[in-house]
Design a protein around this ligand. Structure first.
Ligand SMILES: [Zn+2]
Ligand SMILES: [Zn+2]
Length: 364
């Protein structure tokens, strides 16, 4: 699909900058056709980015979106397939922003705080426990991640700060870690997605963003986000197994962008490996991700007006695999490619290729 012929750019919409999930370079005949997960929510010309998968900077350019129009970046969780090109945006984005003197406000980087503790060691460990990386802070949130990105690129950044009088990225990117409300029985290892009502994590004159914890163990915290505008709403699942919190967040939403995994396709990739490790891996995928059929059920339970699958794992799977969601969801259904545009406000959501349709306030 591409931009619908009746598309009015003043209508709130998403641009699917990258639709692949997973921390790998997917191989096979369709390799490279989908970039890493990243989504632009565009409201009255302002851009709200959700996740920064591989290729996000280039895809912003190809979508005709300017980093100067990016108000905020939302990180659902700190798996690398959602953050691998955050350094790219932070370092090169600072240089681009420095050339645009009219910009007033820094870009807000909204996402998880420090996990607080390491995840439990797998029951499959053999011998001594593994050694963590990251020194005295092995589970940073978005603040620590941003600071370490700047540290990692210090030679380059200081070169430009001193020689061409460029700013520090810390002037242009401002972390806002989501604080999980007191009173929830949240624990990163024992209870990472307790039942909760959505909490507000961001608000400006164009959007209000709410979030819930989702089920993506052992990663924690992991969030889904809902963007509410004057003309409609979009809900983005992040990575999660089917989760009541997400159904609550997505209640009546105009568009649900949901992750999807092809368990059969993933199982095929384990062929020849140790059966115990295969079962452990598959168990993780079942507990932490959602099949197309399950995504359809979530969308139907939430009463979503339209469902689009993204964060496709494997990204090279046949498009037919994703159509399984049609079995459980009879609303409008899309499997977007990279750089597709999906309006979610009035007028009605449309596609130019009908075959593809079916085809806490947090303390910030
Ligand atoms: Zn992911
Ligand atoms: Zn993940």
């Amino acid at each position: 699909m591409s931009i619908p012929p009746t598309f009015d750019p003043s209508v709130p919409h998403v641009v699917t900058l990258g639709t692949a999930g997973g921390p790998r370079w997917w191989q096979g005949p369709a390799a490279g056709r989908r970039s890493g997960i990243a989504t632009a929510v565009v409201v009255e010309g302002k851009v709200y980015l959700v996740d920064c998968g591989e290729g996000v900077g280039t895809k912003l350019v190809l979508a005709g979106l300017d980093i100067a129009d990016v108000r905020s970046i939302f990180i659902t969780h700190l798996h690398s397939d959602h953050t691998i090109d955050l350094p790219n945006l932070v370092v090169w984005g600072t240089l681009a922003l420095a050339a645009q003197r009219e910009r007033q406000a820094p870009i807000q980087l909204v996402g998880p705080g420090d996990r607080g503790m390491l995840p439990p060691v797998s029951a499959h460990v053999k011998g001594i426990a593994p050694t963590p990386v990251g020194g005295s802070a092995p589970t940073p949130g978005v603040r620590g991640t941003l600071e370490r990105i700047v540290d990692a690129y210090a030679t380059d950044l200081n070169d430009r700060i001193f020689d061409t009088l460029r700013p520090s990225p810390l002037e242009w990117f401002q972390p806002r870690e989501i604080v999980i409300p007191d009173g929830l029985d949240y624990h990163p290892n024992d209870n990472p997605s307790p039942d909760m009502a959505p909490i507000e994590v961001y608000r400006d004159d164009l959007v209000t963003v709410t979030a819930v914890l989702v089920q993506h163990q052992p990663m924690a915290p992991a969030f889904a986000f809902r963007f509410e505008t004057a003309q409609g709403s979009v809900t983005i699942s992040g990575d999660t197994a089917p989760c009541d919190n997400l159904v609550r967040l997505a209640r009546g939403t105009d568009l649900l962008l949901h992750e999807a995994i092809d368990l059969t396709g993933i199982a095929d990739r384990y062929q020849g490996e140790d059966p115990a490790a295969v079962e452990a891996g598959m168990e993780h995928h079942r507990k932490a991700h959602t099949t197309p059929e399950q995504a359809g059920t979530v969308a139907a339970s939430a009463g979503a007006r339209a469902l689009a699958l993204h964060h496709l794992v494997p990204s090279t799977a046949s498009p037919d695999v994703w159509n399984g969601a049609r079995k459980t969801f009879d609303g409008q259904f899309l499997v977007p490619f990279d750089l597709d545009t999906i309006p979610f406000g009035d007028p009605r959501i449309e596609s130019s290729q009908p075959g593809e349709l079916a085809t806490a306030t947090s303390s910030l």
